[in-house]
Design a protein around this ligand. Structure first.
Ligand SMILES: [Zn+2]
Length: 308
C-alpha cells in the first residue's frame, strides 16, 4: 500500500511539472520569437518586445518588459543598432547579467547573416540615418531566416544541453518548411525578376535582393527622415519616368504622402508586412512570406495586365 502511494505521488509530480525547465526567451522582434518557438518547441517560452505592427526602430518601453528581461535565459536582438533607442536601458534595469551584450544569454541575430548597405566610411548620424551599421531589416530574406534559426538552435543547445536532440529535430523540421516555402515564393515572384518598386522606409533590401527585385527609390529621403515636398516631387518624376508599378508601405507609417504619390503616378500602394504579427495572417515566419509574396505577386500581375 505504501509503495502504491509513493508511486502515485511521483506520477502526480510528473504530471504537474514538465520533465525539463522551460527556457525563457525574450526577443526584440516577433520574427525571432517565431523562429525561437519553432526551434525550441515546448522547451521554450517566448516573448517579443516589439509587436509586428509597430515600427521596430521606435518601441515604447514598458515596465513589464523589465520584468520579462529580468527572468530571461536568452535575449535575441537584431543588432546593427535597431534596438538602440529603447533596449539598452531596459537591459540595465533588468539587472540580469546573463543577457548583457557578450553574455551567454545575449544573441545578436545578425551574426552570420547577409547584411546589406554596410557603411564603408566613418559612421555618422548627421544625416539622420537610423541604419548606421548596415540595414537592420535583414530577417526579410528567408536565407537569413535559416542562418538565424541555426544560431538560435546552437545557442539553446549551449544553454540547455539536455534539449540538444529536440532542438536539432525542431531545426530540421523548420528548415524543411522553409525550403518548401522558398519553392512557393520563388515560383510566385520569379516571373517579375528585375521589377522595380518604391518603398516607404528602406525595410526591404534583403527581401528585394532575394527575389531579384529592385528598389528604385524611397518615400523617406533617408531612413527615419520624413518626406520633404522637394523629395516627393523628385520621387513622382522618377516613378513616372520609370513606370514604377508599386509602392510598398510598412503598416506603421502615415499613408497620406504615399497615397498622393500613388494617385499621381498610377502606382498601387501596398501595405507590406515587415514582421510576424503585422497582420493576423502573418502568424509565423513562414506565413509572413506567404502573405507578402502573394500580395506583391498579385499587384505586379495586375499591373502587367494593364501596362504592356
Ligand atoms: Zn529601418
Amino acid at each position: 500500500m505504501k509503495r502504491i502511494a509513493v508511486g502515485l505521488a511521483t506520477l502526480l509530480t510528473l504530471a504537474a511539472s514538465p520533465a525539463f525547465a522551460t527556457m525563457k526567451v525574450v526577443t526584440s522582434l516577433q520574427d525571432f520569437s517565431s523562429i525561437a518557438e519553432a526551434v525550441g518547441g515546448p522547451r521554450v517560452e517566448v516573448f517579443a518586445l516589439a509587436k509586428g505592427y509597430q515600427d521596430p526602430h521606435f518601441v515604447e518601453p514598458k515596465p513589464s518588459f523589465i520584468l520579462k528581461l529580468s527572468k530571461a535565459d536568452l535575449l535575441i536582438v537584431a543588432g546593427l543598432e535597431l534596438e538602440i533607442g529603447y533596449l539598452p536601458p531596459l537591459i540595465d534595469q533588468s539587472r540580469n547579467e546573463k543577457i548583457r551584450p557578450g553574455g551567454p544569454g545575449y544573441l545578436d541575430a545578425s551574426a552570420g547573416c547577409d547584411i546589406l548597405e554596410r557603411p564603408t566610411g566613418t559612421v555618422t548620424r548627421a544625416m539622420g540615418d537610423v541604419h548606421p551599421f548596415g540595414n537592420p531589416h535583414y530577417w526579410l530574406d528567408p536565407d537569413n531566416g535559416r542562418v538565424i534559426a541555426r544560431a538560435i538552435a546552437a545557442r539553446l543547445t549551449q544553454l540547455d544541453p539536455p534539449g540538444a536532440s529536440a532542438y536539432a529535430a525542431n531545426l530540421a523540421a523548420f528548415e524543411a518548411k522553409l525550403t518548401e516555402g522558398q519553392k512557393r515564393w520563388d515560383a510566385a515572384l520569379g516571373p517579375y525578376a528585375g521589377a522595380e518598386v518604391v518603398t516607404y522606409h528602406n525595410s526591404w533590401p534583403n527581401f528585394l535582393k532575394h527575389f531579384k527585385l529592385v528598389a528604385a527609390g524611397y518615400v523617406e529621403p533617408k531612413p527615419g527622415v520624413p518626406p520633404s515636398p522637394a523629395h516627393v516631387v523628385e520621387l513622382i518624376n522618377l516613378m513616372i519616368e520609370k513606370k514604377i508599378p508599386v509602392i510598398l508601405i510598412e503598416p506603421y507609417f502615415d499613408q497620406k504622402t504615399p497615397k498622393s504619390v500613388a494617385e499621381k503616378t498610377g502606382a498601387t500602394l501596398l501595405t507590406f508586412i515587415p514582421s510576424v504579427g503585422g497582420v493576423p495572417e502573418a502568424k509565423d515566419y513562414i506565413s509572413l512570406f506567404d502573405y507578402d509574396v502573394k500580395l506583391l505577386a498579385g499587384a505586379l500581375a495586375a499591373k502587367k495586365g494593364t501596362r504592356p
